[in-house]
Design a protein around this ligand. Structure first.
Ligand code: G3P
Length: 217
C-alpha cells in the first residue's frame, strides 16, 4: 500500500520522505491555507522533493475553468496529479485532462456510485473521504470496501486513494481491504509506529542492560 502525506508542510514531508514513507503528497485548498504559502510555489517545492504523485487541487467550479487551472497546475512538474471535485463539472474536467495524459485525482468522493463515475471518466485516483463519513455516523471504511469490490469487478485501473484518514485504525483497515493508497496527516503516519507494549518492553530491556555494566561501543 502506498503512503501519501496529506499536507503542504514541507518540513513534515521531508521527515517522512527520509524514511521512504512519502510515496506521494496530497494537498487541497484548506491545506494550502494552513501552510501560509503560495500554492504554485509550495507545490513546485514539494514536487521537487519527492518522486511520487503530488495532488494539487483546482478551485474553479465550472469544467472549462477547471481544465484551464488543471493545465496550469500540471505544468508545475511531471509528477503533478490534478485534483478535481467529484461533481458533474469535475468529471468533465477529469475526462479531458486524463485524455491529455495528465494524472487526475477525483476528490470529495462519498459514495460508490460517485467512485464508479470517476473510474469511467478516466481518473488516476479516486479519493473517498473516510473521516467525514464517520463524522455523520456512516462507516467510511464500508465505502472503501464497496469501491474496492466494484473496481476489482471491472478491472478499473483507477487507484483507491483513501483520504480523510483520522486514525491508525483507518490505515490498518484500509490495508486489509486493499486500498491502493492512504493519504494521511503526518501525525497519523507517525502514530503507526507507536505501541505502549513496545515502550514498556524497551524500558525493561534498558533497565536489565544497565545491570550488565556493559557497553557495545
Ligand atoms: O485529503 C483530504 C483530507 O485532507 C480531508 O481530511 O480530516 O479534513 O476530513 P479531513
Amino acid at each position: 500500500m502506498k503512503f501519501f502525506v496529506d499536507t503542504a508542510d514541507v518540513d513534515a514531508i521531508a521527515e517522512l520522505n527520509e524514511l521512504g514513507f512519502a510515496d506521494g503528497v496530497t494537498t487541497n485548498p484548506s491545506l494550502i491555507l494552513k501552510s501560509g504559502r503560495d500554492i504554485l510555489e509550495v507545490t513546485k517545492e514539494i514536487c521537487a522533493m519527492i518522486d511520487g504523485p503530488v495532488s494539487a487541487e483546482v478551485v474553479a467550479l465550472k469544467a472549462d475553468d477547471m481544465i484551464a487551472e488543471g493545465r496550469k497546475l500540471a505544468k508545475i512538474a511531471d509528477n503533478i496529479a490534478v485534483k478535481v471535485p467529484l461533481t458533474w463539472d469535475g468529471l468533465k474536467a477529469c475526462k479531458v485532462l486524463s485524455g491529455e495524459g495528465k494524472m487526475v485525482n477525483v476528490t470529495l468522493c462519498f459514495s460508490a456510485s460517485q467512485a464508479l463515475l470517476a473510474a469511467k471518466a478516466g481518473a488516476t485516483f479516486v479519493s473517498p473521504f473516510i473521516g467525514r463519513l464517520d463524522d455523520i455516523n456512516i462507516d467510511g471504511l464500508d465505502l472503501i470496501e464497496e469501491i474496492r469490490t466494484i473496481y476489482d469487478n471491472y478491472a478499473f485501473k483507477t487507484e483507491v486513494l483513501a483520504a480523510s484518514i483520522r486514525s491508525v485504525n483507518h490505515v490498518s483497515e484500509c490495508a486489509k481491504i486493499g486500498s491502493d493508497v492512504v493519504t494521511a496527516p503526518p501525525e497519523v503516519l507517525k502514530k503507526l509506529a507507536q505501541h505502549a507494549l513496545t515502550d514498556k518492553g524497551l524500558a525493561a530491556f534498558m533497565k536489565d542492560w544497565e545491570k550488565t555494566g556493559q557497553n557495545i561501543l
